[in-house]
Structures are given as structure tokens and as C-alpha cells.
Design a binder for this molecule. Structure first.
Ligand code: NAP
Ligand code: ZN
Ligand code: ZN
Length: 346
């Protein structure tokens, strides 16, 4: 394979910069993808800034990838050159353990291989979607429905599946009252999907600054968590609360807004606070977490979004604007996903 243009972090503090990376030769079960768009997930920022521990530099992040198949290996039957495809957070798993057989490759008990910053089967560090091409085992490649443009579909590959999976898992549908905490990349797609599933959705945001836009996504109510009255007025109100917040949250106050047997799911990747046991046991409330979703469910989510016309609200940027975009994500100043036009890397 010829070298590939990419945009990478070289340390926790330096701006991301253009680099050249290697991709493996296309093996019998591999798909070579010309990347068109890659979303900027807050996880990219956590990872390259070392929020979750040491990061292997140089590292091109990006796990919200859409593009077009350029070539396939001899044994690949589900994809052909020209297909519109996506790749999310996963590029490998054992395929044999209980979790893999259940279609939950992300919980593989042997080893899930993450799209970037992980050790691949050949010992190299995986490099993500801030790049012009990627080679991925066919089992981890998704079909993007024709109804979805590739730019607004890209964020579905992480933000979409991460919110769709727990909304389905906990039975969100007509008659259910759902609160989405944090209206960023994950949060805004959670609102669209929960609304499309028939639930009554409330946004819980730090301020009311995005209220109009949030209601336009399908929410019926929009409250500021910066106002203590919100927690009193909404006590016991929700069947499910989905937190997509990228910083530690005072979970205890949020648990009070659940009804009896209500479920609080956290998908935000910041460490969680304690002091919540009474809120849980008095009303048999459930606090749980969730990690992306399996490959079959990711395809189900893409098909659902295709049927319901759900894409992300995106701001498409050139590669040279990535560092500025990171600062805006950290300042909660994004509506609601930055997506890199990968043609600007070529
Ligand atoms: P994002 O676009 O930055 O959105 C996060 C939102 O959280 C912000 O827009 C803001 O919403 C709210 N927020 C930020 N700081 C806050 C604070 N100090 N207190 C209260 N609210 C705050 O990030 P994202 O890409 O959606 O990702 C969200 C989190 O999910 C990240 O931690 C990411 O790593 C994690 N994640 C987890 C998974 C998984 O599988 N579990 C998958 C993908 C991402 P408002 O402006 O509305 O208040
Ligand atoms: Zn992500
Ligand atoms: Zn496995």
C-alpha cells in the first residue's frame, strides 16, 4: 500500500498536524476504503490529550468514518468497489467468545481492537479516520443506507450507536419519558433517535442557550441544569435518563428525577461520583453504563436512521481547522458535530 495522508496528535499538548501513515496490504478478508468524512468525537480529544492514560504518539484519531470502497480482498462477498460504507469504534475482536457470538464485539472477553490507539493483530498501533484511506476486516465494515448523505451519517458510527443501543436496550418507545443530559454530539443524536422511537424527550443542558435548536430536534421540553429548580420540578419525572456529559456529573441529583424503577444510563466517559445509594435503593432505580454497540446492532441503527431520515447536524471543516474545532468542543461550542472533509487531506 502507498503511504496515506493523515492528521495526527504528536503529544498531549501540541496541535494535531499532518503526517504520513502506513496501511497494511489488503488481505483476503479486508476492505480498502477511500475515506470521505470523519466526525470529531469527544473521545478523540480525551484520548489524544491523555485523559484516559498514556496515548501512543503519533496517533491519528477518528472513529466516525464514512467513505467508498476502493478494493476488496478475494474472500470478501458482502462489499464491492463503489459501495458506500462506514467504520465505527471497532476493527477487530475474537469472533468466538460469548460476547462476540451475542453480537457484542465491544465486550469481547479476549480482546476488542479499537479503531485507533490500540494494538492490532500484527502488533502495529491502529490509526483512525483522520486519514484518506483505511484497511478494515470486512466483519467490521457497515453499509451506509442510500438515504443518508455521507457527511451527516459519519457521526452515527459512534454517537449514533452509543445512544441507540441503550435506548433500545431499555425499551424506549411510545409512552416513555426520556431525559437526555448534555446536548453535544451524542446528546443531539440521542434526542433525534428517542423522538423517532416515539418517546417524550426532555433535554437537560447546562443553560438554555440552545433551547430553540434543541426543541427543533424533537424534544418537548428543555431545562437548564444550572437552575436548582429544575431538579425539584422534575423529581420522579423520567423512565430513563441518558447522560452524555463529558465531565463528572453529580449523579445523585439526577437519580432523583427518575420514577420508581427508572433507569439512568451513563455513556459519558468521565469518572463518576459517589453518594447515590439511597436514591437507588428507595425506588429500585437502576444506574448503568453502556459502551458503543455491536456490529449487527450498528447496522440496525444505520438502517433505522435511513428509514427515519436521521443524520447528525454537522459543521463540515477542513483538516487545518481540527485544532480550533477541538477547542470549541471543549467549550461546548458545537452544533452538534464537527466532521472533517477528508478531501482536504489529499
Ligand atoms: P460533546 O459533543 O462535547 O458533548 C458533551 C456535552 O456535555 C456538551 O455539549 C455539554 O452539553 C455537556 N457538558 C460538557 N461539560 C459539562 C459539564 N462540566 N457539566 C455538565 N455538562 C457538561 O461530547 P460527545 O462527543 O457527545 O461525547 C460525550 C462523552 O461521551 C465523552 O466523554 C465521550 O468520550 C463519551 N463517549 C462515550 C461512548 C461510549 O461508548 N460510552 C462513546 C462515545 C463517546 P450542554 O452544552 O448541553 O450542557
Ligand atoms: Zn466516539
Ligand atoms: Zn470475542
Amino acid at each position: 500500500m502507498p503511504p496515506v495522508n493523515a492528521f495526527a496528535a504528536v503529544s498531549a499538548t501540541a496541535p494535531l498536524q499532518p503526517i504520513i501513515i502506513e496501511r497494511r496490504e489488503v488481505g483476503p478478508r479486508d476492505v480498502l476504503i477511500d475515506i470521505k468524512y470523519t466526525g470529531i468525537c469527544h473521545s478523540d480529544i480525551h484520548e489524544v490529550r491523555g485523559d484516559w492514560g498514556p496515548c501512543p504518539y503519533p496517533l491519528a484519531p477518528g472513529h466516525e468514518i464514512t467513505g467508498v470502497v476502493a478494493a476488496v480482498g478475494a474472500e470478501v462477498t458482502r462489499f464491492a468497489a463503489g459501495d458506500r460504507v462506514g467504520v465505527g469504534c471497532l476493527v477487530g475482536s475474537c469472533g468466538k467468545c460469548d460476547a462476540c457470538l451475542r453480537g457484542q464485539e465491544q465486550y469481547c472477553s479476549v480482546k476488542a481492537i479499537w479503531t485507533y490507539g490500540d494494538t492490532d493483530v500484527d502488533g502495529t498501533v491502529t490509526q483512525g479516520g483522520y486519514a484518506t484511506q483505511i484497511v478494515v476486516t470486512d466483519r467490521f465494515v457497515l453499509h451506509v443506507p442510500d438515504a443518508l448523505p455521507l457527511d451527516t451519517a459519519a457521526p452515527l458510527l459512534c454517537a449514533g450507536i452509543t445512544t441507540y443501543a441503550p435506548l433500545r436496550r431499555w425499551g424506549v418507545g411510545p409512552g416513555k419519558k426520556v431525559a437526555v443530559v448534555g446536548l453535544g454530539g451524542l446528546g443531539h443524536i440521542a434526542v433525534k433517535i428517542a423522538h423517532a422511537l416515539g418517546a417524550e424527550v426532555t433535554v437537560l443542558s447546562q443553560t438554555l442557550s440552545k433551547k430553540e435548536a434543541g426543541l427543533a430536534l424533537g424534544a418537548v421540553d428543555y431545562r437548564a441544569t444550572g437552575d436548582p429548580a429544575t431538579f425539584q420540578e422534575l423529581a420522579g419525572a423520567f423512565d430513563l435518563i441518558l447522560s452524555t456529559v463529558s465531565a463528572p456529573l453529580p449523579m445523585d441529583s439526577y437519580l432523583s428525577m427518575l420514577t420508581v424503577g427508572g433507569v439512568m444510563v451513563n455513556v459519558g466517559a468521565a469518572p463518576e461520583e459517589s453518594g447515590m445509594h439511597l436514591r437507588l435503593l428507595n425506588r429500585q432505580r437502576i444506574l448503568t453504563g453502556s459502551l458503543i454497540g455491536g456490529i449487527a446492532e450498528t447496522q440496525q441503527m444505520l438502517d433505522f436512521c435511513g428509514e427515519h431520515g436521521i443524520g447528525a447536524e454537522v459543521e463540515v471543516i477542513a483538516a487545518e481547522q481540527i485544532n480550533e474545532a477541538y477547542e470549541r468542543v471543549l467549550a461546548s461550542d458545537v452544533r452538534y458535530r464537527f466532521v472533517i472533509d477528508v478531501a482536504t487531506l489529499a
